[in-house]
Structures are given as C-alpha cells and as structure tokens.
Design a protein. Structure first.
Length: 287
C-alpha cells in the first residue's frame, strides 16, 4: 500500500511533535506601573504612560496563560515599585529552590523583600536572597539541562558562582554587549528543553561562539524582531507567546512546529519589558 504524503499531512505531523506542558508562573498586576525613572534605554520618563492601558494589556496576557492551562499565581503589587510588574526579575526558581533577586539599581531594590515575603508566605522551602547583583529570570534562564546566566549590564559575573552552588547545576555564562538588550531574556528565549532562539549581535564574540556550539540549530532573530522584544517570549513547549510585532520570529517558530501567539504589550514596552519579563516560572520539582 503506497503512502501519499501531502504537504498538509506533513505540516500536521510536524505540529504534533510539539507538546505543551502546563506551567506554574508568578505574575504581578501593574497596579502602580509608571515610567518615572530611566534605568534602561527604552525608558523615557518624559513620555506619557497609561497605567490603565498597562493593566488591560497585562490582563490579556494573564487570561491567555490561564486559557492555555497554566497555573498563574499573583504577588501583590506595592506602591512605589512601578517595575514590579516585571515579576521575572524577582527570583529564579528551580527544583523548588528560590533564589530571590538582588537588584542593581536602587529604584528596584525594594522589590526583593516583596518577592521574598511572598515566597515565604506561600510555604516555599528554601528561599534565599542573592548575595550578588542578580536580576532573577531576567538574566538566569533554565533550559531544562543547563542554566544560562547573563552578565554585562545587571547581573554581576560574581552572581554566576552563587547560582551554580545554590541550584547545584551547570551554569553557562553569557556576556551581553548591546544596552538595548540589557537582560538575557531580551536577547534569548528557551522555547523547549535544550532549545533556544536568540539575537547573536546582543552577545560578545566568545558568547556567540559558545551559543553556536551548544545550540547549533537555533532560530536566530533579526535585529528587527529583537528590537520589538520578540525574544522576550514565553513558551510551554508548543505555544510561544510573544509580542505581536515580531512577525518574522512568529514565522520561524511556525516553521519549526510551534504555535506562535502574538500579544500587544506596547505600554509595558515603554519600561523596556514584555511577555517574559512579566512571567516568572515556578519550578517545583526536579526535571
Ligand atoms: N524597567 C525594568 C528594568 O529596567 C524592565 C525590566 C524588564 N524585565 C526583564 N525581564 N527584562 O529593570
């Protein structure tokens, strides 16, 4: 019996290889969101921002995660901490262990206590506040195998050793060189276990070589997609939620069998953040 493979069948088959795994994430409503200081090149305090628009855009992202079957916990926003909506920066959580962030800039330092308190109240066992500048999942990304750790703008090089010993996992250091991409999660996204997409020019030469060696078949983003924060994406292994303006990346993801879902977070982008920045993954068990 002959088998005829039509292109529809093969696309379907390709799609079916991507499996969504429900995630547990932490988010923070942008109740007090504003751009009243500038700690990255995207933030211009003289440009008007709307807290209301920020909340409604964020709410759509929140509801989308719930619809996709993810568990979303909420940490209460605190007045005077307008960047707290970027919950990804609050900690790194792997194997049920919580390393709470230590922020580089004074304007965000109050967030550490808010996150630490939340984790303790929720009964997370091992909760430690980092001893070195460490901006949580902004710079520390777990591929399911190794931990990729950014440095250059926010997280200190000395933080990488602490991450290694706290989580007892391999840590691969990467150096960021373009101030527009000041956190690792603006330049690279983990889209499945051991699979990443990234913008090579955001990294120095040795880091680019290292990435090419470790992740040879990665999706590489264009500057255009990186500039609209296309890499600030959240993937469950199948659905990749990313800024809607990153149309090139969405196409590349679809070609590899992912389902890209574009969202509009323009208001939060004025603070230099998007999908992933709003989303801290809570990994309770070893994987
Ligand atoms: N205004 C915030 C800052 O500069 C934005 C943080 C974005 N978060 C992220 N994970 N990249 O710190």
């Amino acid at each position: 019996m002959g088998i005829t493979l039509t292109s529809t069948v093969s696309i379907k088959e390709l799609n079916s290889t991507r499996i969504a795994r429900p995630r547990h994430v932490l988010m923070c409503e942008p109740t007090y969101f504003d751009v009243c200081y500038s700690i990255n090149p995207w933030m211009d305090p003289s440009r008007p921002t709307s807290t209301r628009a920020g909340i409604s855009q964020w709410k759509k992202l929140h509801d989308l995660f719930v619809e996709l079957g993810h568990r979303v916990d909420l940490v209460p926003a605190r007045p005077g901490l307008p960047d707290m909506v970027f919950a990804a920066n609050g900690a790194t959580v792997i194997d049920g262990k919580v390393l709470v962030a230590r922020f580089r800039h004074a304007q965000r330092q109050g967030e550490s206590a808010a996150f630490a308190e939340w984790f303790r109240q929720q009964g997370w066992g091992e909760v430690r506040t980092a001893g070195h500048d460490n901006e949580g999942e902004g710079d520390i990304l777990f591929t399911g195998n190794e931990i990729l750790a950014g440095k250059g703008f926010r997280t200190a090089a000395s933080a990488h050793g602490e991450v290694r010993s706290f989580f007892d996992r391999e840590v691969v250091g990467l150096t960021l060189v373009d101030p527009r991409f000041y956190h690792l999660d603006t330049a690279l996204a983990v889209i499945d276990t051991g699979e990443v997409m990234y913008y090579p020019d955001a990294f120095d030469g040795p880091s680019r070589e290292l990435l090419a060696e470790r992740f040879p078949d990665s999706i590489l983003a264009t500057e255009r997609d990186a500039e609209v924060f296309g890499l600030n994406a959240f993937s469950d292994g199948r659905h990749v939620v990313l800024p809607e303006a990153a149309t090139g990346l969405a196409g590349q993801l679809a070609e590899r069998g992912f389902e890209p879902i574009g969202v509009g977070l323009g208001e939060l982008l004025k603070a230099g953040g998007s999908v992933k920045c709003c989303t801290l993954e809570l990994r309770r068990f070893s994987s």
